[in-house]
Structures are given as C-alpha cells and as structure tokens.
Design a protein around this ligand. Sequence first.
Ligand code: SF4
Length: 191
Amino acid sequence: MRAGPVLFDLLERLSSLTRVWFREHPLLTELQPIQLSALLYLSRCNRYSNTPLAVTEYLGLTKGTVSQSLKALELNGWLVKTQDARDKRSVHLNLTPQAQALLGAVMPPDFLQAAAQRMGTRAQDLEGLLLDLLRTIQQGSDVPSFGLCRTCRFHRTLPAGAFCELTQEPLEVIEPDLICREHRMPDPVDA
Ligand code: SF4
C-alpha cells in the first residue's frame, strides 16, 4: 500500500481523537474548538507572532471567523489586547491568568501523554519523524513555517544569550522554545 493514504488516515484519526477529547473535557465546555485552537496557538507563540493576522494565518481560517472568535475570547476574559509600542495600528493578544491556568490544567492531553510514556524513546523518534514530515511538506511552499525559534536560520546563541538576526533584538530565555511567524528554515549548507 502507498504511504500517502495510510499516513493521511493516521493523521486524520489522531486529529479526530484529539477533537473528541477536547469536546468531552469537563474544563473545556465553554470554549468552541476554534477558540481553543486560538488560545493554544497564543500559548505557544512568541511576541512577534501574537497578532490577529498571525492567528488567522496559523489556523488557516478566514479573517472574519477568527476575528469573531478573538472578540468572544476577549469578552469572556480569556485574552487581553495590547497596543504595539512602536506601531499604534498593531495589537498583540495575550492570555489572561485564567486562560493560562486552564491550558496548564489540560495540556498536554493526558491520553497523548500516557501513550507517549508507554512508547518510551519511540515517542521521541516519532516526534522527529513528524517534524521531518512537516518540514518536507513546507519545503518550497510560500507559507509561514511557524517553526520553533531555536531552529530558525536567524537564531543566534551569543555569550549574552539568544539573539534574533532578523529583528536585531535579544531574545528572552523562554523564546527559543516558542513558535514564530517569521521563522525560516536554515539554508541546506547551514543545516
Ligand atoms: S530567530 Fe527566527 S524564529 Fe526566532 S524570533 Fe527571530 S525570526 Fe523568529
């Protein structure tokens, strides 16, 4: 059997199981799936990527749908908007303590954690393979990769700490492990 259809079936099944787990979780009854996805993204992205446009691009949905969901999240106390210090037209979205506590209680999903524990080191191998799959799919495509900062071609580790060559700004300790809208894969010669 060809790998493509089987891979697709597996990814689709895992995605349905995750959706069911979220839908049935007693702590998540107040949130629609798209609202939860937006919160999950905002909990993992860096300060260059927590804008409404980046949420829209990451989720691959229309601006109107995402905008309505973000408004509902703000209204219900899950996130707050702040104006960009340099560009007054741009806003940043930050999780409230209420949202951070919720995600802290439900993530990572316990069914996944338990399965990964049972798989032992094979779970780490699988993570590496899935990352390879994602990179392969994204190669040559003109969409933001939303990769991990520490794997970006602009990431530098200097004696004073991590530094972004694109923005020319130092990075906070936590930032190399966050995802970024500006992330670019290293050139093959640098890899
Ligand atoms: S190094 Fe890359 S991923 Fe990290 S903040 Fe800069 S552009 Fe984003």
